[in-house]
Design a protein around this ligand. Structure first.
Ligand code: ADP
Ligand code: MG
Length: 400
């Protein structure tokens, strides 16, 4: 991509490279329980260290609220980084008010070292995007590399201000994420179809409003579809439904029509009478939902319809499960569509990009998490991207 630099643009030999990582990993009893975020950093660390650069990792960890609180020390995560790297990793303590000791430790470390600096949130200036703190951070390095897309929706000292103080680049994980997102909605292969599901319209208003201007077809599923179905005057029984948002749903449908975006709503639903796994269930047409039942999944007719729409698309972006996928068998619609998307992707017919906490879990449950073009684990940053918002941590990398 043309508008930001990558590792290819720099000679890293002998350089102190400040690498913004996302080391905010889950920890239980002092041990990292999921090292996925660390794994994704390894290629960038290796590229820096193999030519004799020093990889100096900067990250937040938990919510110490701007104070030194050793319950949130990043020292906890150092063994997991060393494990993934297969190489010793040093830890550099600092309270971020004075970085002289940290500078000495960095300068005396041998070339090719990997070092982890203390939690950036030990200083209140981090979340305030404070320029003075960013200057102290920047004084510890020659080059700034950001590999933490998942933190890019926040304008913090270590993600935003610092990027304007040093030559800056995207790391390999950030680069991969940005290139995938560009294929999703930036310069996509058309037509583009979006699938939006999940529980509530209220949490995805901006996302829907953005997508209707970017895609040719928008599939709405999950409980949020109930709000649209209700807005059209049909009954949804005891289903989860935000009835007070009927006007908004109608407005979105009218705007979509004006923008020539087809809205694809479920035509049938799998209805149960108890909100629990393996609850007895039946399929109903959307115009005949049992008034005592709850729609927990899209029905077989809807699944066929969605597949047909996917067949016509060159690109798919997906956030939100199509049903209450955590409870079998109400994962059926989500699983069927996930596998279909994976198959179309494998056949070279579809570029597929998905993200969102529950969406990633649903794709994993369907066994296809690694079979889409790109699955983002970034959470909030991915959703803000889908909402069309500029991400401060990415914008700051776009310098001259
Ligand atoms: P993500 O985390 O990927 O952004 P959301 O949090 O928006 O996704 O939505 C996921 C939640 O929506 C899941 O917990 C799922 O059970 C719920 N959900 C989807 N469809 C239904 C439905 N028909 N009834 C009740 N809950 C549903
Ligand atoms: Mg969720």
């Amino acid at each position: 991509m043309a508008n930001f630099k990558t590792l290819d643009d720099f000679d890293l030999a002998g350089k102190r490279v400040l690498l913004r990582a996302d080391l905010n990993v889950p920890v239980e009893n002092g041990k990292v329980t999921d090292a996925t975020r660390i794994e994704r950093l390894i290629p960038t660390i290796r590229e820096i260290t193999k030519v004799g650069g020093k990889a100096i990792l900067l990250s937040h960890f938990g919510r110490p609220k701007g104070k030194v609180d050793k319950a949130f020390t990043l020292e906890t995560v150092v063994p997991a980084v060393a494990d993934q790297l297969g190489h010793p990793v040093g830890f550099i303590d600092t309270d971020w008010t004075d970085v002289e000791q940290a500078r000495k430790a960095i300068d005396s470390a041998p070339e090719g070292s990997t070092l982890v600096l203390e939690n950036t949130r030990f200083h209140p200036g981090e979340e305030e995007n404070d320029l003075e703190l960013a200057k102290r951070m920047a004084s510890l390095g020659d080059i700034y590399v950001n590999d933490a897309f998942s933190a890019a929706h926040r304008a913090h000292a270590s993600t935003e201000a610092i990027a304007r103080l040093l030559p800056a680049a995207a790391g390999r994980a950030m680069q991969a994420e940005l290139e995938a997102l560009e294929k999703g909605l930036g310069q996509p292969k058309r037509p583009v179809i979006a699938i939006v599901g999940g529980a509530k319209v209220s949490s995805k208003i901006e996302l829907l409003e953005n997508l209707i201007h970017k895609v040719e077809a928008l599939v709405i599923g999950g409980a949020m579809a109930n709000t649209f179905v209700h807005a059209l005057g049909l009954g949804v029984g005891k289903s989860l439904c935000e009835k007070d948002l009927a006007d908004l749903a109608n407005t979105i449908m009218a705007k979509a029509e004006a923008a020539r975006c087809a809205i694809i709503l479920p035509i049938d639903g799998t209805v149960a009478w108890h909100f629990e796994a393996d609850a007895p269930h039946r399929t109903y047409g959307m115009d005949a939902i049992d008034p005592d039942g709850m729609i927990l999944d899209v029905g077989p007719g809807s699944i066929e319809r969605i597949k047909g729409a996917i067949d016509e698309a060159g690109t798919l972006v997906w956030n939100g499960p199509l049903g209450a996928f955590e409870m079998n068998p109400f994962d059926h619609g989500t699983t069927e569509i996930a596998r279909y998307v994976a198959a179309r992707t494998k056949a070279g017919k579809l570029v597929s990009v998905a993200g969102g906490g529950d969406t990633v879990a649903a794709l994993a449950k369907a066994g296809v998490k690694d079979n889409l073009t790109y699955v983002s684990t970034a959470g909030g940053a991915f959703l803000e991207w889908m909402e069309g918002k500029p991400l401060p941590g990415v914008e700051a990398l776009k310098q001259g």
